[in-house]
Design a protein around this ligand. Structure first.
Ligand code: SF4
Length: 209
């Protein structure tokens, strides 16, 4: 990467874009609503069950002007979801201020393991054991989405729920490859602990991106 591009990436005026697409949010509090997804490359959190491992190496994804991404989003959506990868590896101040200037709602899906940036209408925090969130992420969280891959993950979910604010919505979501085994346990858990809600990856059932 040349020094000029690197400088723009450092300022968040360019971002390593993996893909962008208009679809239906499949998970969590905004399930079933339309949104323009911006998937930014780069992640070193290392979840072994990650379903977007091709996002991990940021160098594979071309630095793209944030303003161009905003222009694309404007054509489609009232809401943008910025995801990854781990999007907070990059400064998201510029892209979110441009989205807000265009009256587009800004949502993020993050592990919270990197420094906070951006202006958010909805902050979905999905903590991972391999690289825990920073304190600021717990304060910002509107939604806590815990992925349940095995029984121990219920304990981790409760530990993380103690760290978010009272108004934060709490979700348990079966990890896709374990959904047959874990979904019945989640149903049972939510009935016993009603502060939690179930989140399913409905986009995968609907066979949409
Ligand atoms: S944080 Fe997300 S992108 Fe990164 S490894 Fe975990 S599931 Fe994959």
């Amino acid at each position: 990467m040349d020094s000029k591009t690197q400088e723009l990436v450092n300022k968040g005026e360019m971002l390593p874009l993996m893909e962008e697409f208009y679809t239906i949010q499949g998970e969590g509090a905004h399930t079933g609503t339309s949104a323009y997804f911006i998937r930014i490359g780069g992640c070193d959190v290392g979840c072994h069950w990650c379903d977007v491992k091709e996002s991990w190496d940021a160098a594979l994804h071309p630095p793209t002007h944030a303003d161009i991404i905003v222009e694309h989003a404007k054509e489609y959506a009232e809401t943008v979801v910025i995801t990854g990868g781990e999007p907070l590896m990059w400064s998201l101040d510029h892209i979110t201020s441009e989205l807000k200037r265009n009256n587009i709602k800004t949502h993020i899906e993050t592990s919270g393991a990197y420094a906070f940036s951006g202006i958010w209408d909805w902050f979905c925090l999905s903590p991972k054991k391999t690289k825990l969130p920073l304190e600021r992420a717990y304060l910002e969280a509107n939604e806590l989405k815990m992925i349940i891959h095995n029984k121990d993950d219920f304990k981790f979910a409760e530990e993380q729920a103690e760290k978010v604010g009272k108004s934060c919505q709490l979700f348990l979501q079966p990890e896709w490859s374990k959904k047959e085994k874990m979904t019945p346990l989640i149903i049972d858990y939510v009935m016993k602990h009603p502060k939690w809600r179930i989140s399913l990856q409905t986009h995968k059932y609907l066979n949409i991106p």
